[in-house]
Design a binder for this molecule. Sequence first.
Ligand code: PLP
Length: 348
Amino acid sequence: MFEAMLGVEVGDDVMFEDPTVLELQRRCAELFNKEDALFIATGTMGNLVSAMTHCTERGQEAIMGKSNHMFLYEVGGLAQIAGIHTNTLTNRGDGTIDITEVRENIRNPDDDHMPRTKLICMENSHNRCGGLVIPLSHFQEVRQLADEHGLVVHLDGARILNACIAQGVAAKAYTGYTDSVNMCFSKGLGAPVGSIIAGTADFCRAARKVRKALGGGMRQVGVLAAAALYALDNNVVRLEDDHQRAKQLAKAIKEHGGHMAEVNMDTVHTNIAYFKLLKKDVVNAAQMVERLNQVTDEEKKMLGFSAIVQTLAFSETVVRLVCHINNSTEDIEMAVAKLRYVLEEMNQ
Ligand SMILES: Cc1ncc(COP(=O)(O)O)c(C=O)c1O
């Protein structure tokens, strides 16, 4: 990837002059079967730019799952920057939101008391719901409802290619149901920086201006687009390795969790695995994260190596594991051994 970035042809992208960015945007428009695409610094900015481009009037509302990244983890940018009102609905166990509930939450446009519903935001794979793949049938029903009410649909597809690899479908199968999509090159695809949004030519033209207003117009940014192009050419098929490895880690927890930890294997669809601590008064998620970050002398002696497993506490009882391009087969084998050791230690 670094070699692909070296010596790449660049230009001023704010002036449409960077050939590598233009090539990346063309490739992504093709990938998502959209008219155009726009390179953006981050996934958070991609979602914000997309929402601001769709919601051009004050007092417009976006409906989305309560567990969606756009609601939980983007600093409330929709509210604090874009002035968009969010209406959040509970994500069900499979990551979807109930379509009847969505219908009931679409505002009456003739009622002066209410914000005006404009946007429905989806996410796939669904990070907070465990990296779950949202079925195409859900996209289809959301699209149908949006069309009935003249709404637009945005997909936070930060990890859409993980969902596609897991489902064995092309990205355009999903984006055929959405007006816009945002995808990150900086997650499983392994690029250092960058996201892409895609939609109609008019959407992307308007989004350029929003991106500029947010300070996201970048100049000789072909060096980063080259990394993203490399990722598209080389790092997509291998996402399946990350999915298998997440299953391997989850299996270790299932087999050795005992009365301390459990995992639902049915929810490990992609590169993310969540496990739940069953006795938070003995070991909570933060303590588990800390323990996995340490190596004891006894452990080193028993395992014959020193390894830390970096994880994230997602709540008091839930810990998230994510597999990525920089994990080798040996890393995962060591992580499995470490998890087994720590769980057995905790179960004593
Ligand atoms: C589903 C989802 N959307 C958007 C983002 C934001 O991406 P970034 O960190 O590039 O701003 C993330 C980051 O983890 C994510 O998981």
